[in-house]
Design a protein around this ligand. Structure first.
Ligand code: ZN
Length: 311
């Protein structure tokens, strides 16, 4: 990109701009070195309220476009038209093909090079139908709160807000911990309708959403004071792969599974695919077996070198 060198959701000492696709903590490490960022306003607000890091949003240069990623509120993909070398690059960040619970729906765009997130590289893992999962969460929460307490453990940013929304849509107002409440407020500032109350005495709450690390302690606290049964629950894409230590687990994901990733790649119709993030090698291997020109991205400088050979 000539005068800009962009770090993708990571720390890159040679970069002068960070692209922060969304506010999950594993995507903001570049900001510790350099505050200048391409990101959405919502991402900036969430990151600043949670991490204490400050972000300086830069105006998008003409050759850059931020596209909705459908992952969490404010999540974006980065599209760059590299006029110098005559090809375009799209970086997905974390993305979701399904209709998101709260995020802005994903937009796809054709690009010569696609750098695609590799969180779920497993062809045999197929996520459950999202509407059925949402119905199941609402049914479980209604049923179990008739005579007991339900405690959900969730990622503080993103998943917790989705659960609040899903419960609200079923007529329930959950109690949430302080950190979740702070993120809820940023979501509300940006237009999401979320109804919740702060958790004070957990034993007084029929339905609770807390950070995953607090789940066991909150369960114990309620059990010590209430005669009613306490049910624990988690909602995660990983429920297809791992058994969580809870009474029930729902397959609610804000990522694409393997077959959805193929749909996404086909929609972007790239000449070359770089897989990015954890499991990048495995994902590239499975894509290559299906005829894609795919390889794991190790250094971003590789992209340009490779594309110059290509064109
Ligand atoms: Zn994420």
């Amino acid at each position: 990109m000539g005068e800009y060198s962009i770090a993708l959701d990571s720390r890159d000492d040679d970069a002068n701009v960070n692209f922060v696709s969304h506010a999950h903590t594993d995507h903001i490490s570049g900001l510790r070195k350099n505050k200048k960022a391409l990101a959405s306003e919502i991402t900036k607000d969430i990151v600043e309220s949670r991490s204490g890091l400050s972000m300086e949003l830069m105006e998008e240069p003409e050759c850059v476009e931020l596209l909705n990623a459908g992952h969490m509120l404010g999540s974006r993909q980065l599209f760059v038209q590299n006029d110098l070398h005559g090809y375009s690059i799209l970086y997905s960040g974390d993305y979701q093909m399904d209709e998101p619970v709260l995020a802005e729906k994903l937009e796809t765009k054709r690009a010569d090079v696609l750098i695609v997130d590799s969180t779920y590289p497993y062809p045999e893992v197929k996520f459950d139908d999202k509407n059925e999962v949402i119905d199941a969460i609402q049914f479980y929460a209604r049923k179990k709160t008739e005579r007991g307490h339900v405690v959900f453990g969730a990622y503080t940013v993103g998943r917790a807000q989705e659960l609040v929304k899903i419960l609200n849509d079923a007529g329930m107002v959950p109690a949430v911990d302080e950190k979740i409440a702070a993120v809820n407020e940023v979501y509300r500032k940006h237009g999401a309708r979320l109804e919740y109350v702060p958790i004070e005495r957990p034993e007084d709450s029929a339905i609770v959403v807390v950070g995953q690390s607090k789940l066991a302690a909150v369960r114990e606290a309620i059990m010590a004071k209430s005669i009613k049964k306490v049910y624990t629950a988690v909602a995660s894409g990983w429920s297809k792969i791992f058994r969580f230590d809870t009474d029930v687990q729902f397959n609610l994901s804000d990522h694409a599974d393997f077959s959805q990733a193929l749909d996404y790649i086909n929609a972007c119709s790239p000449r070359i695919v770089f897989t990015f993030g954890s499991n990048a090698r495995l994902f590239a291997k499975h894509l290559a077996m299906r005829g894609y020109d795919a390889r794991p991205l190790v250094y971003t400088s590789e992209v340009n070198a490779l594309m110059l050979n290509y064109i």
